[in-house]
Design a protein around this ligand. Structure first.
Ligand SMILES: NC(=O)c1ccc[n+]([C@@H]2O[C@H](COP(=O)([O-])OP(=O)(O)OC[C@H]3O[C@@H](n4cnc5c(N)ncnc54)[C@H](O)[C@@H]3O)[C@@H](O)[C@H]2O)c1
Length: 262
């Protein structure tokens, strides 16, 4: 899979899953724009990848439109957009969750994803080609004590399907990747704050481990590439088998390893 001659933008590209996507896209030949509200970290990564850094807070449409215009002026027309900008949420009881937290998560994770997809996607439709990969979450596919984050991610999965239908005839594909628990600075901070238990995160997946940022980036690169030219409107979980495992608790849990497991 090569991205030679392609231009890619990754929102939230300065850290975690977004940074892994930037590195993998660049390693496979793409010119990469690292778009993030943390400009200093975006600039550091852009230097390393011979790309560009773009200051972007995804929460407003105007900022995304400015970023799209800037990337097009500096690098050229964008072929690939990955929307990884996002914030996690404290697992609080619904009645204890501050309204401000709900608004912040919806503003960034849901509306921010919409803003980026529409700002960059509109330009792709005018050129008749492009691929958008949104970063959703397994939280958007199952109930969790994340009363703002889980619905926001479910909305990302559904907006991905809606946009895929909207732009299919215009040559633009739109797909989602739903990571499972992935050890990024955001998840590490939640673990350090006692908000997630790493042993439980590992134990409750079929493969018995968490996901790496490169695992997610591989799926993103596949969906962004021509190898996925007939795929649009899907949601691809990369979750080390978390989605299939919890229901086994009703039958005594997952069977132990047979033979010599790695
Ligand atoms: N880590 C996980 O376990 C996990 C699981 C499922 C989904 N996700 C999703 O993956 C994405 C990346 O998460 P991560 O774990 O890599 O987090 P991270 O904190 O390591 O990286 C997120 C990046 O997004 C940037 N960002 C945050 N708000 C922004 C805004 N308003 N505008 C622009 N940039 C902004 C941050 O500055 C940071 O660089 C998020 O959408 C998150 O919901 C993460």
């Amino acid at each position: 899979m090569t991205f030679e001659g392609r231009i890619a933008v990754v929102t939230g590209g300065a850290s975690g899953i977004g940074a892994a996507c930037c590195r993998m896209l660049a390693a496979r030949g793409a010119r990469v724009a690292v778009a993030d509200r943390d400009l200093a970290r975006a600039e550091a990564l852009a230097r390393e990848l011979n790309g560009i850094a773009v200051a972007l807070d995804v929460a407003t449409l105007a900022a995304n439109e400015n970023a799209a215009a800037e990337v097009e002026t500096v690098l050229g027309p964008v072929d690939i957009l990955v929307t990884s900008a996002g914030v996690l949420q404290r697992p609080l009881r619904a009645e204890d969750l501050p309204e401000a937290d709900v608004h912040e998560v919806v503003r960034i994770d849901q509306i921010g994803t919409w803003n980026s997809a529409v700002a960059f996607g509109a330009r792709m439709t005018r050129r008749g080609r492009g691929s958008v990969v949104t970063i959703a979450s397994i939280a958007g596919m199952r109930s969790m004590p994340l009363h703002a984050y889980a619905p926001a991610k479910a909305a990302v999965i559904e907006m991905t399907r809606c946009l895929a239908a909207e732009w299919g005839r215009s040559g633009v594909r739109v797909n989602a990747v739903s990571p499972g628990f992935t050890l990024t600075p955001a998840l590490s901070a939640a673990i350090a704050a006692g908000e997630r238990d790493p042993a439980l995160l590992e134990e409750n997946s079929a493969l018995g481990r968490m996901v790496t940022t490169d695992d997610v980036a591989e799926a993103v690169c596949f969906l962004a590439s021509d190898a996925a030219r007939s795929i649009t409107g899907i949601n691809l979980p990369v979750d080390a088998g978390w989605l299939v495992a919890p229901s086994w608790a009703s039958y005594g849990g997952l069977p132990p390893a047979r033979g010599n497991a790695p």
